[in-house]
Design a protein around this ligand. Structure first.
Ligand SMILES: CC(C)(COP(=O)(O)OP(=O)(O)OC[C@H]1O[C@@H](n2cnc3c(N)ncnc32)[C@H](O)[C@@H]1OP(=O)(O)O)[C@@H](O)C(=O)NCCC(=O)NCCS
Length: 198
């Protein structure tokens, strides 16, 4: 059974994963949600106005009331900059499986932050929440996302053709990845995290 503990603060070597707050809206908008270089690899379109970001954040923040909501902003320890987001979602009680998704602002790409955040959340999902399997999908024309899944121990399970149609009306083939809790534990490549209960 999944052990839900909400969205506690998680520290990694260089990052703090923490709950988002409304006053993050401008940074979320500026740093990734208004940027088409990021949104082209997500399902929803880039935000045009910060009011859209505020509405989205208000929904995420309201959901923190539930212990079953796992949605982190990704903050750099070095300067406190909010550089991205990561969440566990679609918890399935029949299987104890869930999905993960994430985004890192373009300016902070290719510095290992996506891998560090994903490894931390995979560790949290398996060793703190007792999830059975974590899955994710990325557009096949976005190989960096597949790369960080591999670095977090996930394996490719196949490609689904035209799995999504993005905001620009383009169909995208998606590569599906997953990892089982037992394989993660057997792999013994545990991410070093510090979980601070909220
Ligand atoms: C995908 C994403 C989260 C990666 O974050 P990141 O912080 O850049 O990731 P990292 O720096 O930890 O790792 C990126 C890896 O991809 C590799 N990579 C980058 N561009 C690549 C490319 N075009 N082809 C193959 N590999 C690539 C990097 O070399 C690196 O691997 P390495 O550490 O083995 O060298 C980030 O690019 C992003 O948010 N993109 C837009 C939104 C998105 O794609 N979300 C996920 C939807 S599934």
């Amino acid at each position: 059974m999944i052990h839900f503990i909400g969205t506690p603060k998680i520290e990694t070597q260089r990052l703090i994963l923490r709950q988002l707050v409304l006053k993050d809206a401008q940074n979320v908008f500026d740093n990734w949600l208004s940027d088409e270089r990021v949104s082209d690899n997500r399902v929803s379109p880039a935000h045009k106005q910060v009011s859209e970001t505020k509405e989205r954040l208000a929904r995420i923040i309201a959901d923190y009331e539930s212990k079953e909501h796992c949605y982190w902003g990704i903050e750099l320890k070095v300067d406190g900059e909010l550089i991205g987001e990561i969440d566990l979602y679609d918890f399935d009680r029949a299987t104890d499986n869930c999905e993960v998704s994430y985004s890192i602002g373009y300016k902070w790409g290719n510095q290992g932050y996506g891998s560090e955040a994903l490894k931390a959340v995979v560790e949290f999902g398996f060793n703190y929440m007792n999830i059975h399997k974590i899955s994710a999908a990325h557009n096949t024309d976005n190989p960096a996302s597949g790369r960080i899944m591999v670095k977090a121990g996930m394996g490719q399970e196949g490609i689904v053709r035209h799995m999504i149609r993005n905001a620009k009306n383009q169909y995208k083939d998606c590569a599906i990845y997953g990892i089982f809790q037992e394989d993660y534990i057997r792999r013994n490549d545990i991410a070093e995290i510090r979980v601070i209960e909220t």
